[in-house]
Design a binder for this molecule. Structure first.
Ligand code: B12
Length: 114
């Protein structure tokens, strides 16, 4: 019947993963992802994983999934490193499951020392 067609609006998101502690080869991953509007950063990572473009691991905590490994690069508390979630000009105030991406967003996941 007429009126049953549903259109899902998609957004484009730029994702960069960089290891600032690796001076020889800091770029871990870079791509632009086409994803439904309202997706979280975790949805973006899962879409890339399903397309076999990227792998990642998380650990569950009371705040949700904590990102620990991207493309085999580990950022662990015992080494005083972590994957910092950022945009071009700010540090994200939420974790991967809570942050909602928007059109033309650039997300930088950067391994840093604290
Ligand atoms: Co932090 N972090 N953090 N964080 N962190 C807090 C939890 C909080 C509440 C601060 C705030 O903004 N008010 C927010 C979460 C808000 C939200 O999601 N609604 C926050 C955020 C946003 C982040 C980051 C997403 C920041 C970023 O990159 N832009 C990242 C996580 C990115 C990722 O997934 N890889 C981040 C990172 C960190 C570091 C600097 C690594 C340390 C943790 C390492 C360490 O000390 N071993 C960190 C701390 C210390 C805290 C803080 C100040 C204390 C946590 C703590 O030690 N609790 C809290 C604020 C607070 O609670 N007062 C913010 C005590 C222990 C006993 O409890 O549950 O075992 P726990 O704690 C663990 C988890 O909290 C985990 O690390 C702790 C130690 O293992 N953790 C997590 C820390 N931050 C985060 C964030 C997320 C999203 C998750 C899932 C887990």
């Amino acid at each position: 019947p007429a009126g049953d067609i549903q259109i899902t609006e998609n957004v484009l998101v730029n994702l960069k993963v960089e290891d600032t502690l690796n001076h020889i080869n800091p770029e871990v991953f870079k791509d632009t992802v086409n994803i439904p509007k309202g997706s979280s950063l975790l949805n973006v990572l899962n879409a890339l994983k399903e397309n076999e473009k990227l792998t990642f691991e998380t650990e569950n905590s009371l705040w949700g999934p904590y990102l620990t490994v991207v493309n085999k690069v580990k950022a662990l508390a015992k080494d005083k490193t972590y994957w910092q979630l950022r945009t071009l000009d700010t540090v994200l105030l939420e974790g991967i499951a809570d942050y909602k991406v928007y059109h033309d967003d650039t997300i930088i996941i950067r391994k840093v020392r604290w």
